[in-house]
Write a protein that binds this ligand. Structure first.
Ligand code: GTP
Ligand code: MG
Length: 361
């Protein structure tokens, strides 16, 4: 192509990414929870905490997941965790049963206690009402301190570069829900898994990186093992975000649209699904080195093989594959969706808003 033709193509690409970035901001902003919704949820948390304290006076009820990490969409469910600050506490399964009975008696929630689940929880829901058109869905778990810590880690990553990180994450959450690839129960990936894929991409794939690796930064002062371990896992990370904002600046100036286009390209083409493990703590790892290989033959290993199609290491619980629920078909569908998105964005239709609508169809 001639020089003017190349220039024209470059200018049209620049226009497209600027437009698309603006469309992405506008799109996610209208999906954020309203101030009223957040206030209602906080009221619900306080009410539930008061009730739980009638059974366990030393308990606290804390929010985790999207309501606490800055990646919440309108009407997302509430994840609550009950911590009990006393040595003599009831077993989680007994608490679930007792709390279930109490909430059934004292509130208007539909209550479903699951005392015998792998992680005992109480599931609650509230029917839609004029003030709460979508109702509320809420899970209460117990002593899940690792979930509180990983929520705080994600929140810190969001705070380092709120515009680019939150826009990308929120968009991918909506996109994966609309494209129906956000159900661990059906063999695809949880929201938590998608968030980890985004952070892995921004820390370890982009060069220069958009985010620093908070788990590998030198601590400001010496830290002891007691201060850093929760449930036997090292949960330390650099969490002084104010200081980080003064001292750390990304040299990556790409727009959110450029990052998103590259994200889809990377996960449709370049990520080593067969051998690689995405670890935000340590970068790209090998399935072999974690004992997460998926090429073992023989009936005995069928289960293991199905479990490790896609491997995403939990940031703290490092022996835990967050995407263990993703099946062969599920991964095929997810990769197909990454490819579809990549294709739509690379054709650069005349108006970015059209690309966005098609993407989330
Ligand atoms: P939406 O509910 O879709 O808005 O997303 P979310 O950000 O709340 O994510 P999700 O419901 O998938 O997970 C909520 C929280 O539960 C996460 O922030 C984690 O703290 C925790 N969590 C979810 N899945 C896992 C998992 O597989 N392993 C661990 N360790 N924690 C998890
Ligand atoms: Mg949630």
């Amino acid at each position: 192509a001639t020089a003017p033709a190349l220039q024209r193509r470059h200018a049209s690409k620049q226009r497209f990414v600027v437009d698309l970035s603006q469309c992405l901001f506008d799109f996610v902003i209208q999906l954020l929870p309203t101030v009223e919704e957040m206030a209602v949820k906080e009221d619900v948390r306080k009410l539930l905490e008061r009730l739980i304290r009638t059974i366990e006076p030393e308990s606290r009820l804390l929010s985790f997941g999207s309501t606490a990490n800055g990646f919440s969409l309108r009407n997302s469910d509430m994840d609550l965790c009950c911590l009990i600050d006393s040595d003599e506490r009831l077993a989680a399964s007994d608490l679930v049963t007792m709390l279930g009975d109490l909430l059934e008696r004292e509130t208007k929630f539909h209550v479903k206690p699951l005392p015998h689940a792998r992680i005992p929880i109480v599931k609650l829901s509230l029917d839609p009402s004029p003030g709460l058109p979508q109702g509320i869905a809420c899970d209460i778990g117990f002593e899940n301190r690792l979930a509180l810590e990983n929520t705080r880690l994600l929140m810190c990553y969001a705070m380092i570069d709120p515009t680019r990180v939150r826009t990308m994450v929120l968009f991918l959450k909506v996109w994966s829900k609309r494209r129906k690839i956000n159900s661990p129960y059906k063999g695809t990936l949880s929201s938590y898994g998608y968030v980890l894929l985004v952070i892995y991409f921004l820390v370890h794939v982009k060069n220069p990186p958009v985010l620093p690796n908070l788990q590998q930064m030198p601590p400001l002062r010496p830290i002891s093992k007691e201060d850093t371990h929760v449930a036997g896992f090292n949960t330390w990370f650099f969490d002084d975000i104010e200081l980080l904002r003064q001292r750390w600046h990304s040299e990556n100036n790409e727009t959110v649209a450029e990052l998103l286009i590259d994200f889809f390209r990377y996960y449709s083409r370049d990520f080593l699904y067969n051998t690689g493990v995405a670890s935000i703590r340590a970068g790209l790892l090998k399935k072999d080195s974690k004992g997460w290989q998926n090429d073992l033959s023989g009936g005995r290993y069928n289960d293991a093989r199905e479990r490790n199609r896609l491997c995403i290491e939990d940031p703290f619980e490092t022996d835990y594959n967050v995407s263990r629920c993703v099946t062969k078909d599920g991964l095929y569908t997810i990769r197909g969706e990454f490819m579809r998105a990549s294709r739509i964005l690379s054709t650069r239709p005349e108006r970015a808003i059209i690309a966005l609508a098609e993407l989330c169809e």
